[in-house]
Design a protein. Structure first.
Length: 91
C-alpha cells in the first residue's frame, strides 16, 4: 500500500503535535495497546504510512525552514515528545 501524503497549512501547535505524533507512533505494532493512539491502522493504512509532502505558513520564523525545524519555532509551545529528523519539506 502507498503512503498518505499530507500537506499542512499553518505550522502551529496542532501541526507540531501531528508531526511529532507520526514520528512517535510510526513503528507501533498492529494490535498492540499504544497510549495516545486508538488504532495503529485505518483500513489498509498504518500511522507510519503518513508522509508530509508540503507545509505552508506566513511566519518569517518558519518560512524557509524544514518542517522539522519549523514546528519548534516560536510562538509554538507544544511539548516536545519526539525527535523529528529533517523531513525534506520546506515551509
Amino acid at each position: 500500500m502507498g503512503s498518505v501524503r499530507v500537506a499542512i497549512v499553518g505550522v502551529g501547535n496542532c501541526a507540531s503535535a501531528l508531526v511529532q505524533g507520526v514520528e512517535y507512533y510510526k513503528n507501533a505494532r498492529d494490535g498492540e495497546f499504544v497510549p495516545g493512539l486508538m488504532h495503529t491502522r485505518l483500513g489498509p493504512y498504518h500511522v507510519g504510512d503518513i508522509e508530509f509532502s508540503a507545509a505552508f505558513d506566513i511566519d518569517e520564523r518558519k518560512v524557509g525552514r524544514d518542517l522539522a525545524e519549523a514546528i519548534v519555532q516560536e510562538p509554538n509551545n507544544t511539548v516536545r515528545f519526539a525527535e523529528v529528523k529533517t523531513l525534506g519539506v520546506p515551509v
